[in-house]
Every structure is written in structure tokens, then in C-alpha cells.
Write a protein that binds this ligand. Structure first.
Ligand code: KIV
Ligand code: ZN
Length: 512
């Protein structure tokens, strides 16, 4: 059986999804989970794109010790130098360098001739080779490139020292038959192609990303790239969970192996969805909440008689648990600790204490605390910097009546530790609350998106709010959860604002 290497780009191409803005702690948590999922390579970011990205890539390279960590670079010496600084402490530092090869990109974007592009690609790969043991070279927009030109430039970058050649369908334009042909052509035409790994990287603009990825491995690719939940630029990238399960369920057609642990799919998907604020469509393959639900009576009857009538994938295969122990008021510290380990969390003693206290407060209001509730509480605790100076909610009150003007009164402590209070009105409760918060916070805030959903079912379910805003011109997102929708909304607002302090702190640490 041919082995396929899995290259995850959730933290780079995935993070390029509009409005997604992960902080360093969230990125490191996702990276840890990707390691458990069993990816072979993870692209942690684009170090030269911002100080924050540099810091996150460096933190991930330092933390992750069983997976090769890579970072993206344009074809410039300074991008390569910055990437080296971010990646050098990692296991097998790996550079991912790209340059466009299609006539459209070379003419309009790069304004370079094919000869100039070839020279630049060769020069930059040779430059990077002095440092990096592994270099992946991507021919951006490969699927709209002239094939003989593509073959020539690939031959030259392999001679210059590239160890992986990636052929991205950057704009999601290809069909499976065309994409498969591209790999066959390159394998048959480039004389030194046996020296490198061939990689597939597909976007989903026509909904063909996973189908194209499967076509690539049938035609010689031994590395594939994708993201969790298929997040990414525009319509996103190939969804890794869909690819992985396709190989397992259709091994008759795809005799390939990977190092992936499929039972980690659900947790990985939940973590990415929660941190990015990109909820998963209920009908999404593999991880959507309806993916294993049978609605029609005929289907239910069939499944009860024999699950294989309408079920090709068992939910347990990808980590959905059917019978989980629910915690409640009388659950002690021991049961709580066992439970959180079972849910895949490793917390410090301080985090554990905070988690237990939050759990106990919740049991005063909610009879049963579900896995989903715990996942929400624990991910929040895991990704909160405890020692950072920030805005903190002390108390709030909202008055609403159908005949009155909604009014909110809020008390906060500022990052300087000063208590401030005020009240404002709005057309609805959330607007009144947000107007009040805005009046108390010195930063310049523009809210661009607000989303509210319930975690689990029942009238006592937790509420979760996701917001996007600009704070002093910087785009940030925030989330908050609580049993009360207004408290969840206030927390999300402050979580977004406080990210500015988090980023500033990360930058200051980087300068030291
Ligand atoms: O889609 C693409 O072309 C990319 C490159 C940077 C590899 O993401
Ligand atoms: Zn891409």
C-alpha cells in the first residue's frame, strides 16, 4: 500500500478565511490537537506576514515535537530569513516557498517574464537550501499554468534543492480528470521528479477539492494538503476529515495508508470550529450534526434492522460518543478530573482549579453538565492569559420591556485596575449593552458581526456568542459563553477587545 503524508494548513490557509483571527494560545491548542490527529506536517502560519504570525509559528515549532512544522514564505530572501528564525527550533525545520507560474499571475501580479520567474524560483530555493533541510516549492496557480513551462521550472527547482513539489489548484478551477492528468504529466515529463515528493493542494470553489485530491493520489501524489472542516480562502480547502474517511470507507478503491487517528476527527473539528467561530453546516459530511441522523421513517426502520442499510460510516469511527457520562451537582473533583482527561484536556493545577470552580457554579444553574458544556468551559480556560491586564466585567444589568427604552448599566475594571460604570440605551437589549461597553472602553471599536447560538439542547443550555470587530483599526474576533445570552454577549465583546492587549503582550515578549 502506498503511504500518503498529510500536510495540514488549517493554521495558515485555514486562518486566511475571512474574519478568522486566532490568538497564539488558540493556535498552539489546535497544533497540539493536530499532533494527536496524526498529521505528518503542519503549516503553522506565514511568519513574515505579521509579528503575531511570527510569534505563533515560533511557539508552535517550540512546542510540537512529533510533527514537522512549516511556515510559508514568498520568494524573497527576507521572507526566508524570517521563516528560518521562526522555525529553526522545530523538528525537521521545513520551508514552504511559493511562486506563481500561470500566465495570468506572471503577467498581471508578478509582472515578470517566465524566464525571470524561473530564475527567481531557482535563486530562492538555492538560498533557502543553506538552512532548511526540507523545502517545499509550490507552483501557485499550477492548474492554469502552461504544462511544458511548469515541467521545466520544476526540473530546475529540484536541481536547486527542493524536496517537495506542490501543484496547487489555487483558484479551485480544476476537475478530477484534469488534476489527475497534471500529476501524470509532471511525473512522466520531469526527469528528476523521482527525487521529490509530489503534493496536492486543492481549493473548493467548484466543490471539487476532495475529489481532486483523491484524483491526485491516484496519479502519483504522495502528500496531500488540506484543512480541518475545509476552512480556508474563499470557499476553503480540501477537508482533511473527508479525505481521511474516504480512504477508510473506500479502501477497495483507494489502497493508501496514512498516520491519521480517525477517532480524533470530532474533537479536532470542534476545536477548530470553536476557536475560529466558523460553525459547521449541519449537513457537512463527516462532522455536521446531521451527518449521522436518520430522519425519514423508512431510513430509521432500515437502520434499526441493520445499520448498514443507510449508514456507511459509524459515528464512533470519527469520535462521536454515543453514551457519555454526564456530570452534575454531586460530581466530585475526582470524577471531574477523569472526565476532562477523557475529553482530551491537560490543564495546569491553576487551570484545573478554575475549571472546577466554573463547573460548580454551572451545576447550581444546570442539572446536567454535558460534554459540550465542559468543552466550552475548558477551551476558554485553556486559551485565557491569566496574567494579562485587561478589561473585566464586574457587573451589569439590562432593563427591557416592550414599552420601554432598553437600558444597560455596566461596571468594568480597566486594564489599569480602575472601576468604571455607566449606562446607555439602545434599540434592543444587546445594542444597549454594547453601547454601554463602548462608552466605557477607551479604544475605537466598530462591531462588524454578531452571532449567537446555543451549546447543546434544552432551555437551560449554555449560550455562545461570537463577534467580529475592529479595535483601533485592527480586525479581531471574540467569543463568550454563559447560561445567559446577554452575559455571553458581553463576554464576547470584552474577549475581542482584550485580544488587542494579548497581541501587544505577545509582541513585547517577542522583542525581548
Ligand atoms: O492555494 C495556493 O496556491 C496556496 C499556495 C500559497 C501554496 O495556498
Ligand atoms: Zn491554498
Amino acid at each position: 500500500m502506498v503511504h500518503i503524508n498529510i500536510f495540514d494548513t488549517t493554521l495558515r490557509d485555514g486562518e486566511q478565511s475571512p474574519g478568522v483571527n486566532l490568538n497564539q494560545l488558540e493556535k498552539v491548542e489546535i497544533a497540539r490537537q493536530l499532533e494527536r490527529f496524526g498529521v505528518d506536517i503542519m503549516e503553522a502560519g506565514f511568519p513574515a506576514s505579521s509579528q503575531g504570525d511570527f510569534e505563533s509559528v515560533r511557539a508552535i515549532a517550540r512546542t510540537i515535537k512529533n510533527v514537522s512544522v512549516t511556515g510559508l514564505a514568498r520568494a524573497t530572501k527576507s521572507d526566508i530569513d524570517i521563516a528560518w528564525d521562526a522555525l529553526k527550533e522545530g523538528l525537521e525545520p521545513r520551508l514552504h516557498i511559493f511562486l506563481a507560474t500561470s500566465p495570468i499571475h506572471m503577467t498581471y501580479k508578478l509582472r515578470k517574464s517566465p524566464e525571470e520567474v524561473t530564475q527567481l524560483a531557482v535563486d530562492m530555493v538555492s538560498y533557502a537550501r543553506n538552512r532548511f533541510p526540507h523545502i517545499e516549492w509550490s507552483a501557485e496557480d499550477a492548474t492554469r499554468s502552461d504544462l511544458p513551462f511548469l515541467a521545466k521550472i520544476i526540473e530546475k527547482v529540484i536541481d536547486a534543492g527542493a524536496t517537495v513539489i506542490n501543484l496547487p489548484d489555487t483558484v479551485g478551477y480544476s476537475t478530477p480528470e484534469e488534476y489527475g492528468y497534471l500529476f501524470r504529466y509532471i511525473k512522466e515529463t520531469v526527469p528528476n521528479i523521482h527525487k521529490v515528493v509530489l503534493s496536492a493542494h486543492c481549493h473548493d470553489d467548484l466543490g471539487l477539492a476532495v475529489a481532486n485530491t483523491l484524483a491526485a493520489i491516484e496519479n502519483g501524489a504522495t502528500q496531500i494538503e488540506g484543512t480541518i472542516n475545509g476552512i480556508g480562502e474563499r470557499a476553503g480547502n480540501a477537508a482533511l476529515e473527508e479525505f481521511a474517511v474516504s480512504l477508510t470507507i473506500r479502501k477497495d478503491k483507494f489502497p493508501y495508508t496514512t498516520n491519521l487517528a480517525l477517532k480524533e476527527i470530532k474533537r479536532t473539528s470542534d476545536l477548530v470550529s470553536r476557536f475560529t467561530g466558523m460553525s459547521i453546516a449541519p449537513n457537512k459530511a463527516i462532522v455536521g450534526k446531521n451527518a449521522f441522523a436518520h430522519e425519514s421513517g423508512i431510513h430509521q426502520d432500515g437502520v434499526l434492522k441493520n445499520a448498514s442499510t443507510y449508514e456507511i460510516i459509524s459515528p464512533e469511527l470519527v469520535g462521536f460518543k454515543s453514551n457519555h457520562l454526564v456530570l452534575g451537582k454531586h460530581s466530585g473533583r475526582h470524577a471531574f478530573k477523569d472526565k476532562i482527561e477523557d475529553l482530551g484536556f491537560k490543564l495546569s493545577d491553576a487551570q484545573l482549579l478554575e475549571a472546577f470552580n466554573t463547573f460548580k457554579q454551572l451545576t447550581d444553574k444546570k442539572k446536567e453538565v454535558t460534554d459540550e458544556d465542559l468543552f466550552t468551559i475548558l477551551t476558554d480556560i485553556q486559551t485565557t492569559l491569566l496574567d494579562i491586564k485587561k478589561y473585566e466585567l464586574q457587573a451589569f444589568q439590562v432593563q427591557y420591556g416592550s414599552a420601554n427604552l432598553p437600558t444597560a448599566t455596566v461596571a468594568l475594571t480597566t486594564p489599569e485596575g480602575i472601576r468604571v460604570e455607566t449606562a446607555r440605551t439602545g434599540k434592543g437589549s444587546v445594542e444597549a449593552l454594547y453601547n454601554t461597553l463602548e462608552a466605557l472602553i477607551k479604544e475605537e471599536i466598530h462591531l462588524t458581526s454578531f452571532n449567537l447560538q446555543s451549546i447543546g439542547q434544552g432551555r437551560d443550555a449554555l449560550a455562545e456568542t461570537h463577534v467580529k470587530m475592529t479595535v483601533n483599526g485592527t480586525a479581531v474576533s471574540g467569543r463568550g459563553s454563559s447560561q445567559d445570552v446577554l452575559e455571553a454577549s458581553a463576554k464576547a465583546f470584552l474577549n475581542a477587545v482584550n485580544r488587542v492587549f494579548f497581541n501587544n503582550k505577545a509582541i513585547q515578549t517577542a522583542m525581548i
